[in-house]
Design a binder for this molecule. Structure first.
Ligand code: ZN
Ligand code: ZN
Length: 356
């Protein structure tokens, strides 16, 4: 497992014509070394791997990290530049989007005769295809989250407050074994459901409103992400219509998934459906995103994505329609791409459910 991940970096080393790679993105550090703490970096060459951290984490690193020589630093930039100088690296690939301008300048200053070359495009994809261990953890995170929503669905009813529901759901996820919640739970009702990322407020739910609940759990580093849209009472014609359009866009996108297709084409399936139904202006975000050690990671399922769908990828399909002043609907599931299609990992019903 660990070796296959490290081999992915070695391929980047060879193809990218660099003689070393500096990894500073924490999720990538975790992915490659097993370290779960909050500050560390890796320096990898064709033959060696070094794990650098400060004294708070050396003991933890010795337990968690394998396949790397653990080095303790007092100051991060100094520790990194000393090692890079000792190894006499000339061309060092680095994650440009992850290093601040200040840190980059300081590093370039202290590393004599070395050049830092941005390699984000290559490194950003190393985690996109999941192995069995990762899929197991993702499924566990999903189970915890689904179980927790089932326990709290009854709270989605007139008179209850958005933030109360969010709080209870978050509490259940922790109690059911989540390391943490994946992100701030979204509970958005009525015209607030038109806000794609509506923070739970003190608003109470009323009859005749949509309630969007977007939630997830984290289990051993891995996330889940799912959205259910409920309806309080009996939906009218337009409410039913909008729900059905989003549901169909979601279903059609999921059934079109094949390894080898362009992520942008997959996005177009959902987007085209919503546009043809006349609601194109009300669907502003991407159709989906990879989920793993980060809630949002590669691949990007959006109109400008250059990613290609591959077997083993885990991502969301989450079209939505948000009409200001009226309300909104989003339906989100996580899928695992298989050899000829996909497996839907999240299991809660996506039929419109009237909650009285
Ligand atoms: Zn979500
Ligand atoms: Zn999502």
């Amino acid at each position: 497992m660990g070796q296959e991940r490290i081999n992915r970096i070695k391929r980047i080393l060879r193809d990218g014509n660099v003689d070393g790679i500096l990894i500073t993105n924490l999720e990538n550090v975790h992915y490659l070394s097993g370290f779960t703490g909050s500050d560390a970096a890796l320096v990898m060459t064709e033959t060696k791997g070094f794990f650098l951290t400060d004294s708070r984490y050396t003991t933890q690193a010795r337990e968690e990290v394998s396949g790397f020589e653990v080095i303790e630093y007092k100051k991060k930039i100094e520790g990194l530049s000393n090692l890079i100088n000792d190894l006499r690296l000339r061309e060092i690939g680095f994650e440009a989007q992850d290093v601040t301008y200040g840190a980059h300048r300081e590093l370039a200053d202290k590393v004599s005769g070395g050049e830092f070359i941005p390699i984000n495009e290559r490194v950003r994809n190393i985690r996109a295809v999941k192995d069995d261990e990762e899929i197991g953890r993702i499924k566990r995170a999903i189970n915890i989250a689904s179980k927790s929503l089932r326990e709290n669905v009854w709270r989605v009813m007139p008179g209850n407050q958005e933030r109360e529901i969010a709080l209870e759901l978050e509490f259940s996820m922790r109690r059911n074994g989540a390391d943490n919640i994946a992100f701030e739970t979204i509970v958005a009702s009525g015209d607030r459901a038109a806000l794609p990322h509506g923070k739970p407020s003190e608003k109470r739910i009323h009859k005749g409103e949509f309630v969007i609940i977007d939630f997830g759990a984290r289990y051993r580093g891995y996330y889940s992400d799912e959205t259910c849209t409920f309806f309080c009472g009996k939906p009218n014609r337009r409410q039913k219509e909008v729900y059905q359009i989003v549901k169909d866009a979601h279903d059609k996108a999921i059934s079109s998934i094949r390894p080898g297709m362009k992520a942008m084409e997959l996005d177009a399936v959902a987007r085209g459906w919503i546009k043809d139904a006349g609601y194109g202006d009300y669907f502003g975000h991407g159709t989906g995103h990879g989920v793993g050690l980060a809630v949002h990671e590669n691949p990007v399922i959006g109109p400008e994505s250059k990613d290609v769908v591959e077997e083993g990828m885990v991502f969301t399909i989450e079209p939505g329609v948000y009409i200001p002043g009226w309300g909104g609907v989003r339906i989100e599931d996580m899928v695992l791409v298989t050899g000829n299609g996909c497996e839907v990992l999240t299991g809660l019903s996506k039929e419109i459910e009237g909650v009285e």
